[in-house]
Design a protein. Structure first.
Lengths: 308, 308
């Protein structure tokens, strides 16, 4: 019997219990899944970083902490978390992110906001083709790459930028500081899907926002701290940035008095771009349990130096 | 020397002259391209159906009329037009249509209109995945097939319906009257890309709109007469249809007093989904001229019985 503790906000138990039991059973694993194992008897923790569980020092035999979230920056600095930590790379989350990013890119590309606003006059303006609309993806991890490939499939020329060098078919891959400058220079739409680390904080600040073509549009479904909010508000004021669609923020929910709310050139969405889907996520958790028991390497294990 | 007459609204000459000359030259054709050849000396007409030229009875040696438009229903009944008539199947037009259709499908799928309206509160509602959103494409010609394939690429389950039987990979292809009923039964979003013929008029009327699941959404980038406007307005009133995005109308521009304008559950776009792009269209025209001169069959020749 494998003891698995479910440690997330209590309301998540209702959505995850049945999918997890099904996935464990389908993987042939005998699991005692509970909210309340004694810490010293826990073999694995299924974990959401906003859980009450923050002290892992008594989880003495725990073989792995399996995050339900893709972003683990809230816990990589936890010194009691000494066992392997795995991020969630949920195919359902990836699919949802691709749909959200593609939808908002096409919304900008087709100028759908203007269409919706002009419901009193016939004003035919034909947008350029996707092939004439350069897009830059900052971040080429699992999510950034999947989104970039979907955009390439629709005909957009996509430049990708990442910390370390990558080579992905049909994407112009750049890296490093000079690469960032080049990636921003021609981008009519910039998408942020970088991990949230000390090195990526304020990737878009006054200096880098100024490298973009005038009127560029920003889409941030990644992490709030990737953007210097004051610099973005200033760039929206001058028109250097034409519009921003932001799904993530330094403080969530976004405080009611934040200048992004109601800003004519900002769309706020409430952290919905990357939502883990219980059924597909449960299958990933079960596969990692199976690997742990079989002594195989875990999927998506976090490199604690890099922070993701 | 091949005499080619350009017959379209005068303002189109500015956008088409240079691309046509380039395309003819690239195809190795010696062409005298003008607005004003004597009718009896014209070898080919490059044609827009809203041109002043409606009487072809003196175009005695004309080998083909090459339409710049995909839709030729305005001229298939012209009894003086006895020479071969070719529709435009412009790769640029197809790309633009795919982008417009995909953008508006994702707009509905993600409920972007609600996101844009809720710019004063944090209200996280996560949409289903594309794989859980059945879409039906009415019409599986060049445009319908290209759009259906793009939607399949994003993960949507797509049912396609056409007059005659088709077999297209990854699309559930139906045809005939029973097929239409089945195609509409599960469609959360319906897209109209049928040709405008006597047989397709009012494809969506009170009876077929009632076959859809309650709250279904309609996207019409095809032709205005495919929809019975009164029936659609009634179905929007009862909530049987949740929303409609209409790009084409029986009368264009849509008259200012039409109930579609300002309707809370209708988005009007000004016939922008299918726009021929001069550079790519000119290459198609040049290829048909080359074929005509070489005695090869024309591309996209209209079947005058079928009307498309």
């Amino acid at each position: 019997m494998i003891n698995v503790q479910f440690a997330a906000l209590p309301e998540r138990w209702a959505s995850y219990e049945a999918p997890l039991r099904t996935a464990f059973q389908n993987a042939g694993l005998e699991v005692d899944l509970r909210l309340d194992h004694a810490p010293s008897e826990v073999d694995y923790v299924v974990y959401a970083p906003n859980s009450d569980l923050q002290d892992f020092s008594h989880h003495s035999r725990c073989k792995a902490v399996l995050s339900l979230w893709a972003g683990v920056e809230k816990i990589t600095g936890n010194s009691t978390l000494t066992m392997p930590l795995c991020r969630m790379v949920d195919p359902g989350l990836t699919a949802g992110m691709v749909e959200w990013v593609t939808g908002h890119v096409l919304r900008y590309h087709l100028d759908i906001d203007r269409s919706l606003a002009e419901q009193d006059r016939w004003n035919p303006i034909v947008p350029p083709l996707a092939r004439e609309r350069p897009i830059t993806m900052l971040g080429l991890g699992a999510l950034g790459t999947a989104c970039a490939q979907a955009l390439v499939g629709l005909g957009f020329p996509v430049t990708g930028w990442s910390r370390s060098a990558k080579d992905i078919p049909n994407i112009n891959c750049l890296h490093g500081e000079d690469g960032l400058k080049e990636a921003l220079r021609t981008a009519e739409i910039v998408i942020l899907l970088l991990p949230d680390t000390a090195a990526t904080e304020n990737t878009l600040d006054a200096e880098t926002l100024a490298m973009l073509p005038k009127g560029a549009r920003i889409i941030n479904p990644g992490r709030g701290p990737l953007v210097d909010d004051d610099a973005l508000l200033a760039a929206l004021e001058t028109g250097q940035i034409g519009h921003a669609t932001l799904d993530v923020f330094r403080v969530e929910p976004l405080p009611q008095d934040h200048p992004y709310w109601g800003h004519p050139n900002v769309t706020v969405t409430p952290h919905i771009a990357a939502e883990t889907r219980a059924s597909t996520a449960a299958e990933v958790i079960a596969e990692n349990l199976r690997r742990g028991e079989a002594g195989e390497p875990f999927l998506h294990q976090v490199d604690r130096q890099l922070g993701y």
